[in-house]
Design a protein around this ligand. Structure first.
Ligand code: ADP
Ligand code: MG
Length: 698
């Protein structure tokens, strides 16, 4: 940044001052002029257009009308007073209402004088009306000066100290004066030309005070381009291995791997599984720490990739760990790995929050002296007193359940930090991966093992319940097992249990004669009881498992062929997809029945349809992203990483792909950004304090 004023406090901008600057910082995180300059209006009101009352329709949100007030009267509405007036545009009337500032309205608004009203349309009984509109006498209205009026988001505190939108507009205008209208070029000539970007000067003026719609669009394009470009460049630079940690060197594929691969692996790996394994081997044999994200839909076979790569780590005399998000999953992995490892003469142990302290003591000791090859467990592994002899490789399953902070604790378990493989069964749309995990290497398993059939998914309403019960009978007769899942209501654990209890009661009643064995599982059970129940289901002792979403992630019971999801309209898409992934794991035809109320919302309908129409997790995640936006899809504060000021990774997907490509080309040509032509890019990176965090990974 060449204009050094961009880095100074906004305190010095006219109209701000010390006290307001403090509040801007607290309320909106705006400290420097650069921050304020990049605090863009969230919408614009079109003040160039005047409406006739007769042409207002339900798609209009804001309207501007010129006319006169007719009879202004006090009225009593249920429990409060208000003022109601008719506003006449020469043809037609519109109702105008006030509920606050009544004495001001009474004093200052005169009938039969010309006003311009501007406000949001409300509809009452199919008639438009305006509540608390902005108003101005015609003689005071300067139509030339405002066309698209910026609207800035604000907070209660800021409004209360007098920073209204009007005041905000003034402050931003003063900012332009303070900066002497000098705005840094942060890109290079080649990009500006190729993408026909307008200058920063034009862009900043038109994003705050658009001259017209066209220039506003161009301003938005430029600023989005710049923002996404630096987002991608940041990842690619750290990718460029300039900043990666030194890592362990695992050059050998040795006896353990080969023995298992040749003698114990009961199936051929799929093509993508082989490819991922190769990618991991390449990383292991480089001198850098691997930080790799492995995405693969439920059932795509990520576990065996983890297992084989763990064997390589052991072949090279390093310990590994495998971290799962829940105890059920940790034990499932343990069960799965135990025999295999023992066949190879290796030691695997499991550590969770409920490991007995006497066992824990022995385990920690063995871990420290190196006699444990693989430690499987929950986040209990992250704890500080869990010390490895030489941890070389950490696999983290179902990554989205862990916070970034939690994850990074693994980094501290050895020095240099171990190689890390993060496995996630929640496919994330490519745009999200690019903009959020651009600093991780990405592996994808995009093919299911052969012979896997799609889970047949249907939508059934409450009124079809009897038929669904008939279907359950039929499947159990054939030897299959059934899941029935009820919604988990975070805000009300009691409600949650109520659903489950009601469900249990009705199922018990329904299958009274059949003598089916029915199991129950929910989050408030002790985890040992959950495990007993889960094991009974796994061993076929339970025909119908009634549960909340605690069974959501990773559980593997191949004989279960039906997943019934009650109140499916209450579930998010990715959750529905995860739940469906619990069936279709064996050789049988499998079914997912989405039960809903007879009436459901539009949104719910889209979710249900997406499920019925597709088994592809990536496709489903795209729909999910469109419905909910990135923050909610990721479900945690991680979305903060995605706090783009102007870019929108859904809407601006194509810009993202372009800039990603350009960033690649740029680094290829000028890896350290030393060329003259890239001076501005380099200078922006080096001189902008927000880029200080660029090296942080995870
Ligand atoms: P996920 O990716 O959801 O973790 P898993 O690793 O649990 O999936 O694999 C699901 C099932 O598919 C397991 O029973 C596993 O043994 C089996 N599997 C994995 N890879 C293959 C393959 N290449 N061929 C046949 N079956 C496979
Ligand atoms: Mg899994």
């Amino acid at each position: 940044m060449n204009n050094t004023k961009l880095n100074t406090s906004i305190e010095y901008v006219k109209g701000v001052g010390k006290m307001r600057a403090e509040l801007f910082k607290e309320e909106l995180g705006i400290r420097r002029c650069y921050d304020l300059l990049n605090f863009f209006p969230y919408k614009y009101l079109d003040r160039s257009r005047f409406y006739k009352i007769s042409e207002i329709n339900t798609s209009d949100v804001y309207v501007q009308i010129s006319g006169v007030f007719k009879n202004i009267v006090y009225k009593k509405y249920r429990n409060r007073y208000g003022i109601e007036a008719k506003f006449f545009d020469g043809e037609k009337n519109i109702k105008v209402l006030w509920f606050k500032g009544l004495s001001w309205v009474e004093k200052s608004i005169k009938t039969n004088q010309n006003y311009i009203l501007f406000g949001r349309i409300s509809w009452f009984e199919k008639l438009p009306s305006l509540v608390h509109p902005e108003l101005e006498r015609v003689e005071n209205f300067k139509s030339k000066s405002i066309k698209l009026q910026p609207v800035y988001s604000s907070t209660e505190k800021l409004s209360s100290i007098g920073i209204s939108n009007k005041a905000m507009i003034k402050i931003v205008k003063n900012l332009f004066v303070f900066l002497e209208n000098k705005f840094d070029e942060n890109l290079n000539e080649y990009l500006n030309k190729k993408f026909k970007l307008i200058s920063p000067n034009q862009a900043y003026h038109n994003i705050h005070f658009p001259e017209n719609h066209d220039l506003l669009e161009k301003a938005r394009y430029r600023l989005k381009f710049e923002e996404l470009f630096f987002n991608q460049l940041k990842f690619k630079l750290s990718h460029n291995k300039l900043k990666r940690n030194k890592g362990y060197y695992f050059p050998y594929v040795g006896e353990y791997f080969n023995n298992f691969y040749n003698n114990y692996l009961s199936f051929e790996l799929t093509k993508p599984q082989k490819k991922v394994l190769k990618e991991i081997r390449n990383d292991f044999a480089s001198n850098q720490q691997m930080i790799r994200l492995l995405q693969g839909d439920v059932g795509s076979g990520k576990t065996v990739v983890a297992l084989l790569s763990i064997l390589i780590s052991i072949d090279n005399n390093y310990q590994s760990c495998l971290v799962a998000p829940t105890e059920i999953l940790a034990f499932q992995h343990f069960k799965n790995f135990k025999d295999k490892f023992e066949n190879l003469g290796l030691v695997v142990k499991v550590l969770t929050g409920s490991t007995k302290s006497s066992d824990r003591k022995i385990l920690l000791n063995d871990l420290k002296n190196g006699s444990i090859n693989l430690l499987i467990g929950t986040h209990a592994i992250f704890e500080q007193n869990v010390i490895f002899n030489n941890l070389g490789y950490a696999v983290i399953d179902e990554q989205h359940r862990f916070g970034v902070k939690q994850r990074s604790k693994i980094w501290e378990k050895n020095n240099p930090p171990p190689h890390v493989l993060i496995m996630t069964a929640t496919p994330i749309p490519r745009t999200l991966t690019m903009s959020l995990y651009g600093d991780l290497d990405l592996s994808i398993i995009d093919e299911l093992p052969p012979g896997r059939k799609d889970v047949i998914t249907v939508h059934r309403k409450d009124k079809n319940r009897l038929k669904v019960f008939g279907f359950i009978r039929d499947q159990i007769k054939q030897g299959r097992q059934i899941y029935i899942v009820y919604p988990l209501i975070e805000e009300s654990k009691k409600m949650d249990l109520k659903y489950l209890e009601d469900g249990l009661e009705s199922i018990t009643r329904e299958f009274d004669k059949e003598n089916y064995s029915i199991g129950v599982m929910h989050g408030r059970m002790r985890s040992s009881n959950k495990d007993i129940e889960m094991n009974n289901f796994l061993n076929g002792k339970i025909d119908i498992l009634i549960s909340t979403t605690v069974i959501e992630v990773g559980v593997n019971v191949p004989n279960a062929s039906v997943m019934i999801i009650e109140n499916a309209e209450r579930f998010g898409l990715s959750q529905l997809h995860q739940l469906r992934g619990r069936v279709g794991r064996g050789k049988y035809d499998s079914y997912c029945v989405l039960m809903t109320n007879d009436k459901i919302s539009e949104d719910a309908k889209i979710r249900i349809d997406a499920m019925v129409n597709s088994n592809d997790g990536f496709k489903i995640s795209e729909v999910d992203l469109r419905l909910r936006g990135p923050g909610d899809v990721l479900g945690t504060k991680q979305s903060g990483v995605l706090d783009f000021k102007i870019a929108d990774i859904i809407e601006d997907e194509s810009i993202l792909f372009s800039v990603s490509n350009e960033a690649d080309l740029l680094i290829k040509k000028d890896p350290k950004l030393n060329l003259n032509e890239n001076y501005n890019i380099r200078s922006f990176i080096l001189n902008n304090p927000i880029n200080k965090s660029w090296n942080e990974i995870g």
